[in-house]
Structures are given as structure tokens and as C-alpha cells.
Design a protein around this ligand. Structure first.
Ligand code: DGJ
Length: 559
């Protein structure tokens, strides 16, 4: 008996230690079959983020930032940490703003993504401290090809890099000391839209010397390049590739110094190369003019992956109403070696469709920019006329309102590869999602009279999600969409004598991870598919079953 009691005690202790170890796990990325989840306190976490304005992480402005994030139902706030503010005098750190940020985020029940505004901010150096700005001898600037000093720190200067490393490491040490067990801070952005505006690369004498030398051996090996100069290896792309390597290498050192203190997941946001309007002799944007040269743009992903292994994610900021471009960007950055994360987008009605699309491609999170402006703009239709009834006006907050409660389930379903989305596009108001056991047929816009093609919506805002919960059980939701299920054509060809029907459709919500049904939908709510018409759509769990189309036994008897 005593022995039994002792081993029970030992088991209990073991349990406590294991649970503690799990909950003490710092936020990290998990990869499964080339899909990713951000794990926070042992569970997949979907970042429903809102980025505050650049100058909002101050005591005077934070209160309205929290209200804005609450109004949009975000679970995470992306907020800057300014190098000029935390290190006003070389080596003397002031973390008052960081402490305030973290304490207030906790009071308002938000997680935080800290944005390190260090050497780079939008391809420039505007957040470096004064003692750096005013000492260009010690902390050299990038020079353009005719020697002008730019407002960009040279990525080829070890003095610059060491100063940034020291400051960032101090920040991460501090974050660990106050948040190492609470995990309010779940991820860190290292620099902001790095690269240089004003020149394709640094032409200062020191940088020129490095440019004329051979490519660093380790970098060449990791890209399977033979030893040689930048020009020999990269030909017409030599200048930009050199800039990309130099910037990636610098930022990798900064990130690694921070991770040595506290290894949170770290990412770099990207001002990618937007296509230019085709003019004669101008078929591509120019590096350093239309986008910051040397940042992790589409063409530089390979260089960055090789030169910056301490950066976990290259994350594109998306500011365009071109949905085709969004698809291309998601395809470029959602790679087996790169989790998909959209850290910035417009904060308007367009963001919902991008958010749904990214979710269907496995995104670990999404975060519109500039959420703390005083008033949301009105939502115009494509003609610029404010939408009148019967067009539903879209509130950007409706997206996160829908996913806030079930975020852990959604992130888990995505990690398991069971989540699918459909997004309305011009000319395709009806779409099918091919799930392993059934097709979900999505029709956008209302009304949907029998026999007619669905009308779509005026602003192509229809969007739907279907996730596979069991063999014929699905979690469904969406906006301006109806969803019905059919057997896949290929299955019917193989076995024609079968059909599916609804067993039960429950409307409900996940409360603390547990499904709570509020009612059973039937009749008009299911006869023409599940309808998601209003601003606050429900989550629906639908179970179907298969049955024969004809009862063969009865037919035989009747013969
Ligand atoms: C992208 C930057 O990353 C943000 O900090 C901000 O400057 C926005 N652009 C403004 O649109």
C-alpha cells in the first residue's frame, strides 16, 4: 500500500513537472508536413493582429491603441520599440515604454508582437538614436554611386551592426526578465522593411572593397555557388544580391544576438517589389527606387534564407487591391521553409478576403496596419459611391470577431492540414472546395433564387471557410456566402449508387476550447445550403452521411 502511495505521489510530481515544463515553453514555431503553427503556452495560436501606428507606442497614445484593438476583436497587438527611445545615450537603456506596453497589454488581455525599429525603418534609418545619426564617421551611412550620404545605415559596417546587436540583445534580455514566464510577447520583428531607399547598394569605399572581393565562402557553399566575385556569380543582379546578402547577414547577427538572450520566433517584414505599370524599357521595378534594395523581396528570398538562418519568417506586408498579386505573394512566401504570416495590410474592407485567403493557405496570422486611427473610413463600392442597401456594408472588425473565440481550434486545424477557404473573385461567384470526402459548393452574394447563378457581391467580399472535423463532419462559416455539400464527381463515377444528406447542423461556438451548440439549424436555414448573410455569421458544425441512391434489394424484389 505504502509503495503504491509513493508511486502515485511520484507520478503526480512527474505530472506537475511535465505540465510546468509545457507551460514554461517559450512561444515557438512548430512544423508538421510543411505546415506551421505558432505555439503559445503549449497550444497552436492564430495571430489575429492589429498593428498600431508608428508613433503610437507612447504613454499618451497607448490607451486609444488598446481600444482600437479591442474594437477590432484582435488577440495580438503589433507595437514598435524605438531604438532612439530605449538607448538615448550610448549604453544607457530606458525600458519604461517597453514595460508600459507589456503591462498594459496584459491588463487588456492582448499578446504582443514587438517591432524592433532599429537600423532600418522602411528602407531608411530614422529610428537610430541621435548619437548614431550625428556621428557618421563612427557609424557610416550608405553612399550612393556618386558619393551622397543617404539616410540609410551602411549594411557593410561592423560598427553599425555591433551597435544594433548590443541594443537588440539588451531589449531581449529585458523582455525575458519581465515576460519569460508570462509570454505576453509571442514574436519579434527584427527591423522594419529593411533594405535601402536611394541606392541599389552601398558604394562607400569599404562596401566597394567587399563588393569586389569574392563572395563569402560559407554563403557561397550554402547556395551551391562556386567561389568567385559577385559580378561573376550574379551578373546583372550583382549589386542587388550584394545588398541583399549584406543586409541579411547584418540582420541575422542582430537576431542571433537577441535570440541568445531570449529565443522568441523572429521575423522580418518585407516591402516587396510591386509590379510597375509596363512602359517601354521599364518592365520591372528598380531596386532602391521603387522598393528598398537588399530587403527580403521576392527575388531575394533564396539569399536571405541562406544568409539569415536566425530569421524564422520572411513576412510580406501587403498594400494593394490586386487580388492576383496577393495570390502570387502568398505563393512566393508560403514555402516549406517559410511560415506564412502577413504582418501588415490595409485596414479596410479589403482585408477580410485577404485574411481568409491567407488562412486557407496555412497562415499563422494576419495583421492590418494602423488600427488606432480615430475613425474607420466609410466603405465605398467600386464606383466610389458609399454602398446603399441592399449591399451589406463591411466592417473590418467582423473578421476577427468571428475567429477570436475559436482561434486555437482554427490554428490546430490549419496545422493538421484540414482547413480550406474560398474567396470571391470577379466572375467567380460560385466555387468548389474539394475536400477529401466531399465537395463544398460555395455561392457568393444574395439573394440566390433557385436555378440562378449566384449574384456575387458588389465589392467581391464573399468569403467562406470549411474545415474537416470527421469523415463527413465539417466546421463551416463565412460572409456573404452559402455553403452546401456534394459527393465528388470522381466518387460518383466510381460508385454511382450513393448520395449524401445532412444528419444534423448545429450552430454554436467554442468556449474555452469546447464546442457549445446553441441551436440545431434546419428547414430554411439548411434547405439551400448553410447561409452566412449578416455581419455576425455563426460557426456551424454539420454532420452528413452517405446512403444509397436506390435501394437495390427493393428494386430486385420489385422486378
Ligand atoms: C509599411 C511600414 O512597415 C509601416 O511601418 C508603415 O510605415 C506603413 N508602411 C505605412 O503605410
Amino acid at each position: 500500500m505504502k509503495k503504491l502511495l509513493l508511486s502515485a505521489l511520484a507520478l503526480a510530481l512527474l505530472h506537475v513537472t511535465v505540465t510546468q515544463a509545457q507551460s514554461n515553453d517559450i512561444p515557438h514555431l512548430e512544423k508538421r508536413d510543411n505546415r506551421y503553427a505558432l505555439i503559445v503556452d503549449g497550444k497552436p495560436f492564430l495571430v489575429l493582429g492589429g498593428q498600431i501606428n508608428n508613433s503610437s507606442a507612447w504613454p499618451a497614445t497607448l490607451p486609444s491603441a488598446w481600444s482600437a484593438a479591442e474594437a477590432m476583436h484582435a488577440n495580438t497587438v503589433e507595437a514598435p520599440v524605438y531604438w532612439e527611445q530605449i538607448e538615448p545615450i550610448k549604453g544607457a537603456f530606458d525600458f519604461a515604454n517597453v514595460d508600459l506596453l507589456i503591462n498594459q497589454a496584459r491588463e487588456h488581455h492582448f499578446h504582443l508582437v514587438l517591432l524592433w525599429f532599429g537600423s532600418w525603418k522602411n528602407g531608411q534609418n530614422h529610428y537610430v538614436p541621435e548619437w548614431i545619426k550625428s556621428d557618421t564617421k563612427t557609424y557610416p551611412r550608405e553612399e550612393n554611386d556618386y558619393g551622397k550620404l543617404l539616410d540609410v545605415m551602411s549594411p557593410n559596417s561592423s560598427a553599425n551592426m555591433e551597435a544594433d546587436k548590443l541594443a537588440f540583445a539588451a531589449l531581449m534580455r529585458h523582455v525575458k526578465s519581465i515576460d519569460g514566464t508570462d509570454h505576453t510577447v509571442i514574436m519579434v520583428q527584427v527591423e522594419n522593411e529593411s533594405g535601402s531607399v536611394g541606392s541599389i547598394r552601398d558604394f562607400s569605399p569599404a562596401a566597394q572593397k567587399a563588393f569586389e572581393a569574392d563572395i563569402p565562402a560559407e554563403f557561397a557553399r550554402s547556395l551551391h555557388l562556386s567561389p568567385g566575385t559577385w559580378v561573376k556569380e550574379f551578373g546583372p543582379n550583382a549589386d542587388e544580391s550584394f545588398a541583399a546578402y549584406s543586409t541579411a547577414h547584418y540582420i541575422n547577427e542582430v537576431a542571433a544576438a537577441g535570440k541568445a538572450e531570449y529565443p522568441l520566433p523572429m521575423y522580418c517584414n518585407v516591402w516587396f517589389a510591386y509590379p510597375v505599370h509596363a512602359l517601354e524599357n521599364r518592365d520591372r521595378p528598380s531596386a532602391g527606387q521603387e522598393y528598398p534594395s537588399g530587403g527580403p523581396q521576392q527575388a531575394n528570398i533564396g539569399i536571405w534564407k541562406a544568409a539569415a538562418p536566425a530569421i524564422d519568417i520572411l513576412a510580406p506586408d501587403f498594400y494593394s487591391d490586386d487580388f492576383t498579386l496577393f495570390r502570387d505573394i502568398v505563393a512566393a512566401y508560403g514555402r516549406a521553409d517559410n511560415p506564412l504570416f502577413i504582418p501588415e495590410s490595409h485596414f479596410d474592407a479589403t482585408f477580410g478576403r485577404y485574411f481568409f485567403y491567407a488562412l486557407g493557405k496555412g497562415a499563422i496570422g494576419f495583421s492590418p496596419f494602423g488600427i488606432d486611427r480615430t475613425q474607420l473610413p466609410e466603405v465605398p463600392n467600386p464606383q466610389g459611391i458609399v454602398a446603399a442597401s441592399p449591399i451589406r456594408s463591411v466592417n473590418p472588425a467582423e473578421n476577427f470577431a468571428l475567429f477570436n473565440a475559436p482561434e486555437a481550434q482554427i490554428a490546430q486545424l490549419n496545422l493538421d492540414g484540414k482547413l480550406y477557404t474560398a474567396v470571391e473573385e470577379k466572375g467567380s461567384a460560385r466555387q468548389s472546395i474539394h475536400l477529401p470526402t466531399a465537395d463544398a459548393v460555395i455561392s457568393f452574394g444574395f439573394p440566390q433564387p433557385d436555378g440562378a447563378y449566384p449574384p456575387g457581391t458588389a465589392t467581391f467580399q464573399g468569403r467562406a471557410m470549411v474545415a474537416q472535423l470527421g469523415p463527413l463532419e465539417f466546421l463551416v462559416t463565412g460572409f456573404d456566402a452559402s455553403v452546401s455539400f456534394a459527393l465528388p464527381a470522381a466518387d460518383l463515377q466510381k460508385e454511382p449508387n450513393q448520395q449524401i444528406e445532412i444528419l444534423e447542423a448545429e450552430e454554436g461556438q467554442y468556449v474555452d476550447g469546447v464546442w457549445r451548440a446553441t441551436r440545431i439549424l434546419n428547414g430554411d436555414q439548411t434547405d439551400r445550403g448553410l447561409n452566412f448573410r449578416g455581419a455576425n455569421p455563426p460557426l456551424v458544425r454539420i454532420r452528413l452521411h452517405k446512403l444509397p441512391l436506390y435501394d437495390e434489394a427493393v428494386h430486385r424484389n420489385g422486378e
